[in-house]
Ligand binder design. Structure first.
Ligand SMILES: C[S@@+](CC[C@H](N)C(=O)[O-])C[C@H]1O[C@@H](n2cnc3c(N)ncnc32)[C@H](O)[C@@H]1O
Length: 253
C-alpha cells in the first residue's frame, strides 16, 4: 500500500480546534445516529475528538482512531480534562485490527478525502467490514465537490481563518490557494500561516475529490448497500446543490 500522502496540516491539535471552532453543526447529527444505532461506536480519523468527546460525554461507549500523534495526544488531553472515557487508538484507518465489533462506524468531516488511491479505499472499507456488527451501520460524510473552488486561479490567495494564537504570539491569519489535478482527482491545497510577526509558514493539505456517483459505486462494489444519502446534517435528501454527501450504509449480505 502507498505511504499516506500525509497532510502536515494536522501538526497541532490546538490550532486545528481553533480553526474549526465554528464548525459544530455535524455534532448533533452524529449524536442522533449514535443513539439510533447504539454503542459501541468507532470514529475513524477522529482527530482532536471534536465529535468523539461530545458523544462520550453522553455516556456512550466510543473509540476514536487517528493516525496523527499530535491530533490524538491533544484529544486525550481534552478528554482527561473533561473526565470522559474514550478508547483512543493511534492507527492507520487502512490497516487496523481491534478485538471488538461496532454497531456504528463513522468517517466524518471529509476525512475520506485523505484516501487517495483505490487500494487505500479498498483496504479501509475492508477493515470497516471486519469491525461492523451484523446490523451495524457505516456513515461517511464528504463535501459535494464544488467545481468553482476546484478550478480557482492558483495564483490567488483566499482567506481561510483568523484566530488568536494559542501560544500568545498574536493573531493567526490563514490564507490558501489550490491546484486541482484532474487526472488523480486530488486537490492540492496550500495553507499559509502568518502567526503574529513571525515569517509565514506553508502547510499542505491534499484532498481526493469524490464525485457523487463515484462514491456510491465505490461503496457498492466494496460490498455496502446505501440506505440513505443526505445532502447535509439536517438529513434533507441529497441533490445537485447539496453542500455535503452524508451516506449511511450497511454491509450487503
Ligand atoms: C478533517 S480531520 C477530521 C478530524 C475529526 N474527525 C473532526 O471531525 O474534527 C482528518 C483527520 O484524518 C486523519 N487521518 C488522515 N489520514 C488518516 C489515516 N490513513 N488513518 C487514520 N487517520 C487519518 C488526520 O490525522 C486528521 O486528524
Amino acid at each position: 500500500m502507498k505511504p499516506i500522502d500525509f497532510d502536515d496540516l494536522y501538526w497541532d491539535g490546538q490550532h486545528y480546534d481553533l480553526q474549526n471552532r465554528d464548525y459544530v453543526n455535524d455534532i448533533p447529527f452524529y449524536l442522533r445516529k449514535a443513539r439510533q444505532y447504539s454503542e459501541p461506536i468507532l470514529e475513524l480519523a477522529c482527530g482532536t475528538g471534536r465529535i468523539t468527546i461530545p458523544i462520550a460525554e453522553q455516556g456512550i461507549d466510543i473509540t476514536g482512531l487517528d493516525i496523527s500523534e499530535p491530533m490524538i495526544s491533544y484529544a486525550k488531553k481534552k478528554a482527561k480534562e473533561k473526565n470522559v472515557t474514550v478508547g483512543w487508538v493511534k492507527a492507520d484507518c487502512r490497516n487496523f485490527k481491534l478485538d471488538r465489533k461496532f454497531n456504528l462506524i463513522f468517517f466524518p468531516f471529509n476525512s475520506i478525502a485523505h484516501l487517495h488511491d483505490l487500494e487505500s479505499i479498498k483496504s479501509c472499507f475492508s477493515c470497516v467490514k471486519m469491525h461492523l456488527k451484523d446490523e451495524g451501520r457505516f456513515i461517511i460524510d464528504i463535501f459535494n465537490p464544488c467545481l468553482d473552488i476546484l478550478i480557482r486561479d492558483s495564483s490567488i490567495r483566499y482567506p481561510v481563518a483568523e484566530y488568536p494564537d494559542p501560544n500568545g504570539k498574536g493573531t493567526v491569519v490563514i490564507t490558501e490557494n489550490n491546484l486541482y489535478d484532474t487526472s488523480t482527482q486530488i486537490n492540492r491545497i496550500k495553507w499559509y500561516y502568518k502567526i503574529g510577526s513571525e515569517p509565514e509558514v506553508m502547510k499542505e493539505l491534499n484532498m481526493r475529490i469524490f464525485y457523487p456517483q463515484e462514491i456510491d459505486v465505490l461503496l457498492h462494489y466494496n460490498g455496502f448497500k446505501i440506505e440513505d444519502k443526505f445532502g447535509d446534517y439536517d438529513e434533507t435528501p441529497f441533490t445537485s446543490t447539496s453542500p455535503k454527501q452524508v451516506i449511511v450504509c450497511y454491509v450487503n449480505k
